[in-house]
Write a protein that binds this ligand. Sequence first.
Ligand SMILES: Cc1cc2nc3c(=O)[nH]c(=O)nc-3n(C[C@H](O)[C@H](O)[C@H](O)COP(=O)(O)OP(=O)(O)OC[C@H]3O[C@@H](n4cnc5c(N)ncnc54)[C@H](O)[C@@H]3O)c2cc1C
Length: 272
Amino acid sequence: MHSVVCVKQVPDTSEVSIDPETNTIIREGVPSIINPYDLHGVEAALQLKDKYGGKVTILTMGPPQAETAIKRALSFGADKGILLSDRAFAGSDTLATSYIIAQAIKKIIEEEGVDLIFCGKQAIDGDTAQVGPGIAKRLDLNQLTYVIELDDVNLDKEELRISRKLESGKEVVKAQMPALLTVVKDLNEIRYASLPDMIKGAKAEIEMWGKSDIKLDESKIGLSGSPTQVGRIFPPPQREGGEMISEDGEEPTESAKILVEKLVGIEVIPNK
Ligand SMILES: Cc1cc2nc3c(=O)[nH]c(=O)nc-3n(C[C@H](O)[C@H](O)[C@H](O)COP(=O)(O)OP(=O)(O)OC[C@H]3O[C@@H](n4cnc5c(N)ncnc54)[C@H](O)[C@@H]3O)c2cc1C
């Protein structure tokens, strides 16, 4: 059982701010974390390895410092880390990013075979949720998005059954492997890293693949291969807090009276 987990290093969004001049996220001095959804992909892959044996490969595209994210993922018990990093990849939009990652996975498939690919539902910085489906489409794989349960994996039949989160419930889907899954946080509880795995992760040698290590059409990568134009990026306006109409110790009838007074004048549209 070989799972590849796509892990993105993202800025810790509780501290993100935007440069109003350049319309870009200020990353300097901002701590980086693994995209939280991706950790659930790592956990799912590790649970499959615990059950069926095999291997978990972590794949990240990013600058050299994204190696830290791979080492963290390895500290949970993953086996191998590959960092896709090259100046030529800089400025890639989601189209170019998913192309580069798909080509890297193609190489892994050719060299050692892959059963499942895990991505997070979305990255908490870019937030597009396009990269997972983009990879699946390019590799012509079944894509199972918003996965909340891995119900059954049948390695003999190369089949899996999963549950997808829907707005009003869940959908159970059976699919042929290899497949790509994008996962949500409900899928599992992330394990604690064991001390031996933490040491192994910290010491691990991460393979670095640049543009010459993967079969790439250079017109499809980097800024020149990215058709997306970012017009403007800005934080949403701060929400104003709601008004409290009930003071401590106030009688509920008094609060209700104040509420009614406030509502008077608001147009009421009767039910038809
Ligand atoms: C014109 C343009 C230029 C850009 N230039 C840059 C730039 O120079 N540097 C930069 O950092 N970003 C840049 N970006 C942002 C970059 O395109 C996105 O961060 C990237 O494509 C991922 O999109 P997303 O964050 O919406 O991920 P989503 O699609 O929301 O991510 C879904 C899942 O895909 C996987 N995934 C996504 N990205 C990666 C990754 N890099 N490695 C491994 N797995 C991944 C993860 O599993 C993740 O949970 C640029 C974007 C545009 C539009």
